[in-house]
Design a protein around this ligand. Sequence first.
Ligand code: AMP
Length: 280
Amino acid sequence: MQILKTIDEVRALVKSWKKEGLSVGLVPTMGYLHEGHKSLIVKSVEQNDRTIVSDFVNPMQFGPTEDLATYPRDLQRDAELVESAGADAIFNPEPEEMYLPNFSSFVDMSTLTGGLCGKTRPIHFRGVCTVVSKLFNIVTPDRAYFGQKDAQQLAVIKHMVSDLSFGIEIVGCPIVREEDGLAKSSRNTYLSADERQAALVLSKSLEFGKNMIANGEKDAKMVVDCIKKEIEKEPLAKIDYVEIVSWPDLENVDTIDGSILCAMAVYIGKTRLIDNFIVE
Ligand code: AMP
């Protein structure tokens, strides 16, 4: 397993693989890897001859008051997990390698990015689309792997790949959870013991809403209101948003029929956590 720091090193390695006719999978991450990331890597290793994991805390997708400086980082630990999952290389560039001082080109999207997380994180998806486009251009993978944990991101990337004809297959992977239901996240490390317990309100309230839908409730507002009431019972929780939208178009829905995404962002103390479910 190789650790690559420069774009040129990645290009040379991928070129040598392609010369041999090997297929390449890319798993974009911000590092501090856990079992959720590992499930994406394992899937890529299954489906491709070679797999590269990018491990880059992308400054461009963080707002000025967000947690860029404190985002957890541990390359050594990440390298062990990536190797154990069977991948071939980690790409861990410094920000200066990705963004030269005169960097001035961005990939922006006029649909899908304004609602849900985009409402309170207005520059987030521009940063995501720009860095993912760069990674696609650097690695030129056959397939790239994204988690449903970030459902809006998955929808945005699929749309971008179609709009810009990247010719890369985007593979969506299910949410991996802790035993008690909390969705695995690098940001869970911010939680104190009390907050860790309080964070269960995300998955529990989503389960509550999912059961309402399974039992025939069709009124989206009714389901959202009941989920919000469940969250409000937890004193450490503060709702950013809870919404039901069409999947994968992310449009407002009044009546639940067809595929829907029920997504939420909730602050537990100072930590903003996201979770969701999709009903196909
Ligand atoms: P991140 O490092 O948080 O930017 O995540 C990198 C990729 O891993 C994204 O495609 C995420 O959706 C995915 N991911 C993160 N957490 C999970 C999880 N608990 N289950 C599945 N995929 C995940």
